[in-house]
Design a protein around this ligand. Structure first.
Ligand code: ADP
Ligand code: 5GP
Length: 201
């Protein structure tokens, strides 16, 4: 069986990652790694499904035990990808999506040459602010903190392999599947296909 692809999926908060992922995950060959975080759950978020919600001590202990593929501090909280969420699923042939911010993504870039890096951008910073306000899950202060952080994050999009603008949702989701399809067809990922073609004369 072919191994799955490791997909790093980043975007400033409010760009619509969660909304896009809900569509992408309807395709059962994709799954999301559930990250660990020290931030408090938002309304409706469930432990073990949205995140593994950990205390700061527990998070630090897991850093010391080398349980993370990467971790980063973002807006005062720790977020990290547990190795246990990733490698077994790739072996089973699932495409594993890491929904992580840019510092963590760059750490994966150094460690995993097999990963594909996709950045989701908003149509504009103004539209990003409107989406965060409409979502209504953060206070105005936190929204402004996230919006000002977004400009710096968007500048780092050039370090990713692909940039998708989430303007019309359906088009953005189509673009994501087009990226994965093109990746599968890359010469480097095509395995023994040419040998097979020649052999079957
Ligand atoms: P993220 O997961 O990146 O923080 P969300 O998926 O929660 O962002 O989206 C933020 C807000 O923007 C939500 O209210 C969502 O309904 C809205 N949204 C997401 N994608 C679009 C889109 N393509 N067009 C308009 N609104 C969108
Ligand atoms: P939120 O608090 O909105 O759920 O997430 C804040 C940011 O943390 C988002 O940019 C999200 O992608 C990022 N994030 C979530 N999980 C991880 C993780 O495991 N590692 C890193 N580096 N960032 C993460």
């Amino acid at each position: 069986m072919n191994k799955g692809r490791l997909i790093v999926f980043s975007a400033p908060s409010g760009c619509g990652k969660g909304t896009m992922l809900a569509e992408i995950l309807k395709n059962k060959s994709f799954c999301c790694s559930v990250s660990a975080t020290t931030r408090s759950p938002r309304e409706g978020e469930q432990d073990g499904i949205s995140y593994h919600f950990l205390g700061r001590e527990d998070f630090r202990r897991r850093i010391d035990n080398n349980e993370f593929l990467e971790y980063a501090e973002y807006c005062g909280n720790f977020y990290g990808t547990l190795i246990s969420e990733v490698d077994g699923r790739l072996e089973k042939g699932l495409n594993v999506i890491l929904e992580i911010e840019v510092q963590g993504a760059m750490k994966i870039r150094e460690k995993r040459s097999d990963a594909v890096f996709v950045f989701i951008a908003p149509p504009s910073v103004g539209e990003l602010r409107r989406r965060l306000k409409k979502r209504g899950t953060e206070t105005d202060d936190v929204i402004e903190e996230r919006v000002s952080k977004a400009a710096g994050e968007i500048a780092l999009a050039k370090n990713y392999d692909y940039i998708i603008v989430n303007d019309a949702l359906e088009d953005a989701v189509d673009d994501f599947f087009a990226v994965i399809r093109a990746e599968r067809l890359k010469t480097a990922n095509s395995g023994d296909i040419i040998d097979e073609v020649i052999k079957n004369a």
